[in-house]
Design a protein around this ligand. Structure first.
Ligand code: FES
Length: 89
Protein backbone atom coordinates (compact mmCIF):
# COMPACT_ATOMS: atom_id res chain seq x y z
CA UNK A 1 0.00 0.00 0.00
CA UNK A 2 1.48 3.33 -1.03
CA UNK A 3 1.65 5.76 1.87
CA UNK A 4 2.82 9.36 2.03
CA UNK A 5 3.48 9.24 -1.66
CA UNK A 6 2.06 11.32 -4.44
CA UNK A 7 1.97 10.58 -8.13
CA UNK A 8 0.93 12.46 -11.21
CA UNK A 9 -2.11 10.97 -12.92
CA UNK A 10 -2.45 12.06 -16.53
CA UNK A 11 -5.92 11.72 -18.04
CA UNK A 12 -5.14 11.49 -21.72
CA UNK A 13 -8.56 12.02 -23.30
CA UNK A 14 -9.52 14.79 -20.86
CA UNK A 15 -6.11 16.43 -21.19
CA UNK A 16 -5.72 16.81 -17.41
CA UNK A 17 -2.92 16.16 -14.97
CA UNK A 18 -3.91 15.58 -11.35
CA UNK A 19 -1.75 14.93 -8.33
CA UNK A 20 -2.79 11.79 -6.45
CA UNK A 21 -2.05 11.02 -2.83
CA UNK A 22 -3.68 8.52 -0.53
CA UNK A 23 -6.29 11.03 0.65
CA UNK A 24 -7.64 11.19 -2.92
CA UNK A 25 -8.82 7.56 -2.84
CA UNK A 26 -9.37 5.54 -5.99
CA UNK A 27 -8.66 6.77 -9.50
CA UNK A 28 -12.43 7.00 -9.97
CA UNK A 29 -12.75 9.28 -6.94
CA UNK A 30 -9.77 11.32 -8.12
CA UNK A 31 -11.36 11.77 -11.55
CA UNK A 32 -14.66 12.78 -10.02
CA UNK A 33 -12.93 15.35 -7.82
CA UNK A 34 -11.49 16.81 -11.03
CA UNK A 35 -15.01 17.25 -12.40
CA UNK A 36 -15.13 14.19 -14.62
CA UNK A 37 -17.95 11.67 -14.65
CA UNK A 38 -16.36 8.35 -15.67
CA UNK A 39 -18.81 5.52 -16.31
CA UNK A 40 -19.18 3.33 -13.28
CA UNK A 41 -21.72 1.27 -11.40
CA UNK A 42 -20.69 -0.95 -8.49
CA UNK A 43 -17.56 0.94 -7.33
CA UNK A 44 -16.19 -2.26 -5.78
CA UNK A 45 -14.65 -4.16 -8.69
CA UNK A 46 -17.45 -6.46 -9.79
CA UNK A 47 -19.15 -4.92 -12.85
CA UNK A 48 -16.16 -3.76 -14.98
CA UNK A 49 -18.13 -0.69 -16.10
CA UNK A 50 -15.21 1.53 -15.06
CA UNK A 51 -12.56 -0.39 -17.04
CA UNK A 52 -10.08 2.14 -18.40
CA UNK A 53 -6.90 1.63 -20.40
CA UNK A 54 -3.66 2.05 -18.48
CA UNK A 55 -1.24 3.58 -20.99
CA UNK A 56 1.85 3.80 -18.79
CA UNK A 57 2.67 3.29 -15.13
CA UNK A 58 1.66 0.88 -12.42
CA UNK A 59 -1.30 0.53 -10.06
CA UNK A 60 -2.43 -1.61 -7.21
CA UNK A 61 -5.91 -2.60 -6.15
CA UNK A 62 -7.54 -1.92 -2.82
CA UNK A 63 -9.92 -3.63 -2.54
CA UNK A 64 -8.95 -6.44 -4.92
CA UNK A 65 -11.48 -6.64 -7.75
CA UNK A 66 -13.42 -9.87 -8.32
CA UNK A 67 -12.01 -10.06 -11.82
CA UNK A 68 -9.35 -8.11 -13.66
CA UNK A 69 -10.00 -6.78 -17.15
CA UNK A 70 -7.60 -7.70 -19.95
CA UNK A 71 -5.77 -5.68 -22.59
CA UNK A 72 -4.03 -3.32 -20.16
CA UNK A 73 -7.33 -2.10 -18.78
CA UNK A 74 -7.76 -1.40 -15.09
CA UNK A 75 -10.79 -0.98 -12.85
CA UNK A 76 -10.43 2.61 -11.72
CA UNK A 77 -13.02 2.28 -8.92
CA UNK A 78 -10.59 0.27 -6.81
CA UNK A 79 -7.19 1.18 -8.33
CA UNK A 80 -4.53 3.45 -6.85
CA UNK A 81 -1.36 4.51 -8.67
CA UNK A 82 2.02 3.19 -7.52
CA UNK A 83 3.93 5.38 -9.99
CA UNK A 84 3.14 8.33 -12.21
CA UNK A 85 0.54 6.98 -14.61
CA UNK A 86 -1.24 7.81 -17.83
CA UNK A 87 -4.77 6.50 -18.35
CA UNK A 88 -7.10 6.83 -21.29
CA UNK A 89 -9.87 8.81 -19.64
S1 FES B 1 -17.52 0.47 -11.09
FE1 FES B 1 -17.87 -1.68 -11.14
S2 FES B 1 -15.90 -2.51 -11.42
FE2 FES B 1 -15.53 -0.39 -11.19
Amino acid sequence: MATNKSYTVTLLTSNKEILWDQSKGSLLELSESAGLEPEHSCRVGTCATCATKLVTGTIEYDPEPFMEPSDNHILICCAHPTSDIVIEL
